[in-house]
Design a protein around this ligand. Structure first.
Ligand SMILES: NC(=O)C1=CN([C@@H]2O[C@H](COP(=O)(O)OP(=O)(O)OC[C@H]3O[C@@H](n4cnc5c(N)ncnc54)[C@H](OP(=O)(O)O)[C@@H]3O)[C@@H](O)[C@H]2O)C=CC1
Ligand SMILES: C[C@H]1O[C@H](OP(=O)(O)OP(=O)(O)OC[C@H]2O[C@@H](n3cnc4c(=O)[nH]c(N)nc43)[C@H](O)[C@@H]2O)[C@@H](O)[C@@H](O)C1=O
Length: 372
């Protein structure tokens, strides 16, 4: 890529896409093209073909996808498999048709088996069954990896797949049902702290920014307490409206025992641009040992920190960062999902890339972004 190359960032308003745009701009890339989903629905094959014909991008970052946390994945299973397959099929195929020089496809570490040996190396793909909560999404992502690999093998394209761990940062999704754990916990404890302090101005501002179940900041205190209670932010006012809550409890889904690895989205974006600049996928050569599973070579690269933390410890770290003083309780009726999915990042390190922002710092930055 040179600084004048025409680069299409699909999903530029999202958590990762927005960070990729900022990273590219900071490195002097100035010929960027993007469309929001309302301008270009990537599920629509004809529109995607017309877009590639008109714009003829040379490089593509495919960061557009249907994305969500554990409950969204398991509830909207059909949407997750359908939308992701459609988006990636259309973009990857048109990138081939229009001679895109390089494409970067974003998968996820949920492509690895539920009980994968740890840390998870790239070659563990397709060695066992998947975690049920996000199986449709994971299968769509595996199809994307195999599509890139197959186009590279058959048509000589240079399509790269990367498998990021759990991400967080600016422009994250803070919806209390559909989001991932880290933004969900930030928002729950932020609201819990405001209720604790009887700070209704903060509670109302938060709900005006992102209403919950149609309830915004204009609702009554009783209505707001009831809706927040449905989302695991439980408070009661002993003397009716206007009084400080006697105690506030915030619900953490599952047992707290699952381990997760978190990467700051701007580090993720930096890794994506670094890989685009330094790595080619034109040497995909599966081994041909008769009767054996072909060695998975160069189909994808893990992106992560190589360090994880339990959800329980994460919850207490968020509590400390936000300054919430109330109680946390663990609700085992909610799913745990995969118990551990730590990436092996040796390949990425060999390429010469390492993350910069650790979780403690990243959490402070994420909360700061959320506040302002
Ligand atoms: N967040 C995470 O923890 C992880 C994310 N990933 C992967 O990283 C990538 C980016 O995820 P993330 O940034 O978190 O997701 P976001 O939900 O923040 O952003 C997704 C973007 O995709 C766009 N999009 C969705 N559907 C369509 C559509 N039909 N047509 C056009 N655009 C569409 C949206 O555009 P618009 O805003 O215009 O509607 C949105 O900006 C995804 O592939 C995801 O699977 C992988 C591992 C972890
Ligand atoms: C990126 C990744 O993201 C998803 O997988 P996940 O890691 O399981 O997702 P998650 O962030 O939602 O949960 C992580 C853990 O945290 C626990 N947890 C506690 N309390 C809350 C909570 O309030 N919200 C959420 N969402 N989770 C909570 C939750 O029960 C689970 O044990 C898939 O999309 C998958 O396909 C994928 O790729």
């Amino acid at each position: 890529m040179n600084t004048n190359s025409k680069i299409y960032v699909a999903g530029h308003r999202g958590l990762v896409g927005s960070a990729i745009v900022n990273n590219l701009k900071s490195k002097g890339y100035s010929n960027l093209v993007y469309r929001s989903s309302s301008e270009l629905d990537l599920r629509d094959a004809k529109s995607v073909a017309a877009f590639f014909e008109a714009e003829k991008p040379e490089y593509v970052f495919l960061a557009a996808a249907k994305v969500g946390g554990i409950v969204a994945n398991t509830t909207y299973r059909a949407d997750f498999i359908y939308e992701n397959l459609m988006i990636q099929n259309n973009v990857i195929h048109q990138a081939y048709v229009h001679g895109v020089k390089k494409l970067l496809f974003l998968g996820s570490t949920c492509i690895y088996p539920k009980n994968c040996p740890q840390p998870m190396k790239e070659e563990y793909l397709l060695t066992d069954v998947l975690e049920y909560t996000n199986e449709p999404y994971a299968i769509a992502k595996i199809a994307g990896i195999k599509m890139c690999e197959s186009y590279n093998l058959q048509y000589g394209t240079n399509f790269i797949s990367v498998m990021p761990t759990n991400l967080y940062g600016p422009n994250d999704n803070f919806d209390l049902e559909k989001s991932h754990v880290l933004p969900a916990l930030i928002r729950k404890m932020h609201l819990g702290k405001a209720l604790e302090q009887n700070d209704w101005k903060t509670v109302r501002a938060d709900l005006n920014e992102l209403p919950i179940e149609g309830v915004d900041g204009n609702a009554s205190e009783a209505e707001i307490r009831a809706v927040l209670g449905n989302y695991g932010i439980n408070s009661s006012s002993p003397f009716g409206g206007g009084q400080e809550a006697d105690s506030v409890r915030v619900e953490i889904w599952g047992s707290g025992k699952p381990m997760r690895e978190f990467l700051w989205s701007e580090d993720m974006a930096d890794a994506c641009v670094f890989i685009m600049e330094h790595r080619d996928f034109t040497d995909v050569t599966p081994s041909a040992v008769e009767g054996e599973r072909p060695e998975v070579r160069n189909t994808h690269i893990n992106i992560g920190t190589g360090e994880d933390i339990s959800i329980k410890d994460l919850a207490y770290l968020v509590k400390q960062t936000v300054g919430f003083k109330g109680e946390l309780y663990f609700n085992s009726d909610k799913p745990d999902g995969t118990m551990k999915k730590l990436t092996d990042v040796s390949k990425l390190k060999e390429l010469g890339w390492e993350y910069q922002v650790n979780l403690t710092k990243g959490l402070k930055q994420a909360y700061h972004w959320y506040l302002f």
